[in-house]
Design a protein around this ligand. Structure first.
Ligand SMILES: *Cc1c(COP(=O)(O)O)cnc(C)c1O
Length: 402
């Protein structure tokens, strides 16, 4: 059998980044607010807002920072209850705690998406905001969620950290809720090592987030780059919030923006390759009676750079044997609920008070596998990964490998 591919490295950063980075190193102009206009961070914000089709964008130091600022920008009272899925990255409940709010967890189904019945039941328990985490890019039923939240006047923050390029009914994920947050951390579709961005059409929310991100004094003027009615609304909001808000200094550096900008034109191709690779491997895995790759919801067009699948009809010893056999063959399968201290298993979020039990989410996490599939992999490399997984499951089930 061939060697398994390296699944940790991302694609090379486009060559075009080099000239811009050289210029920045020459000038030393790394701070977004030094240049009078057209700083790389500002250009990134304009390009990203246009790409996604939203009025305003604010680039920050991480998606976690974007989530935190979104909550602060909503002006929620202290201890406001924020509904989040029980399957997400620990950064999400952390951002809620950081914003002096209280996370309330809801159940997630075996297809990794929010359980709408449980979500609905909890929504009426004094919830003041909702964060929908499109975990690993799996989109929950946004039609149902938006109808439920709009009927109650509850704002929705989309954690689209890992969903850049995903669409729902043809609409970009991150533009459906009041605000959408994305990550530029290395394991996401656009890689700057670290970084994040939030997008919104709400001028008041945008102005508050910009100021709190660290646009001190009159630096907010450098954020007024859009035309039309969006411009006037934003200016008025900045005037209103001048000196009224704390500064958390979560800005992005020009160097990061220089790494991100030339990747945006690559996004459509990465999304296409990622989906093709994912669906190719999904078909191979679904041929085993012990693997099940949940289908996307009908309105959803995914942009995956990893694959998740459930183990079916296997006991704890067989699951362990499968995990060991695939690791020995060189493919690391993360079973969310089994790996020690996993940051996506809610019972490890011990910084939360009154950590709830979520039986359905726990059952899913105990059999849900996660394998990285960077979009640059070739079909041959995908075949090697799938074959290792299929052989490992056959071995663990005591079957002769096919
Ligand atoms: C990566 C990720 C985050 C955190 O993003 P950072 O930029 O590292 O802060 C939050 N939510 C989800 C679903 C993620 O995948």
């Amino acid at each position: 059998m061939q060697q398994p591919p390296n699944v940790h490295d991302a694609e090379a950063i486009p060559e075009a980044a080099r000239a811009e980075i050289d210029a920045l190193l020459q000038s030393g102009d790394l701070f977004r607010y030094t240049a009078p206009e057209n700083a790389p961070v500002t250009l990134l914000e304009q390009e990203f807002a246009e790409l996604l089709g939203s009025k305003y964008a604010l680039a920050v130091s991480s998606c976690s920072a974007a989530l935190f600022l979104s909550l602060k920008a909503l002006d929620l009272p202290r201890d406001a209850r924020v509904l989040i899925p029980g399957f997400t990255f620990a950064a999400v409940p952390s951002s809620v705690v950081h914003a002096d709010c209280v996370p309330v967890l809801c159940e997630v189904g075996e297809n990794y998406r929010i359980d709408i019945a449980d979500f609905t039941a909890r929504l009426d328990q004094d919830i003041q905001a909702v964060i929908i985490s499109h975990m690993r890019g799996h989109t929950s039923d946004m039609d149902a969620i938006m109808a439920l939240c709009e009927a109650r006047g509850i704002p929705v923050i989309e954690d689209a950290a890992h969903s850049l390029g995903t669409t729902w009914n043809g609409r970009n994920i991150g533009t459906i809720g009041r605000v959408g947050c994305f990550s530029f951390q290395s394991y996401k579709m656009v890689n700057a090592g670290e970084g994040g961005i939030l997008i919104t059409d709400d001028a008041d929310l945008a102005a508050r987030a910009v100021i709190m991100s660290g646009a001190y004094e009159h630096n907010w003027q450098k954020h007024i780059t859009c035309d039309g009615e969006g411009r006037g609304a934003l200016s008025a909001a900045f005037t209103k919030w001048q000196n009224q808000l704390p500064l958390y200094n979560l800005r992005l550096s020009n160097l990061s923006a220089a790494v991100i900008r030339p990747q945006l034109p690559e996004l459509a191709r990465r999304v296409k390759d990622g989906l093709r690779n994912h669906d190719y491997v999904a078909d191979l895995l679904n041929a085993s009676p012990n693997f099940h790759v949940p289908a996307p919801l009908a309105p959803e067009k995914r942009a995956p750079d990893s694959i998740q699948f459930n183990l079916v009809g296997m006991d704890a010893a067989q699951i362990r044997a499968f995990s060991e056999a695939s690791a020995a063959a060189g493919v690391k399968v993360q079973i969310f609920g089994l790996s020690t201290d996993n940051a996506r298993a809610f019972w490890n979020w011990r910084f939360l008070q009154d950590l709830p039990e979520l039986p359905q989410t726990r059952a899913m996490l105990m059999q849900a596998c996660d394998v990285r599939l960077p979009v640059r992999l070739s079909q041959n490399e995908l075949d090697v990964i799938a074959e290792i997984l299929l052989t490992a499951v056959d071995t663990s089930m005591g079957r002769e490998a096919a």
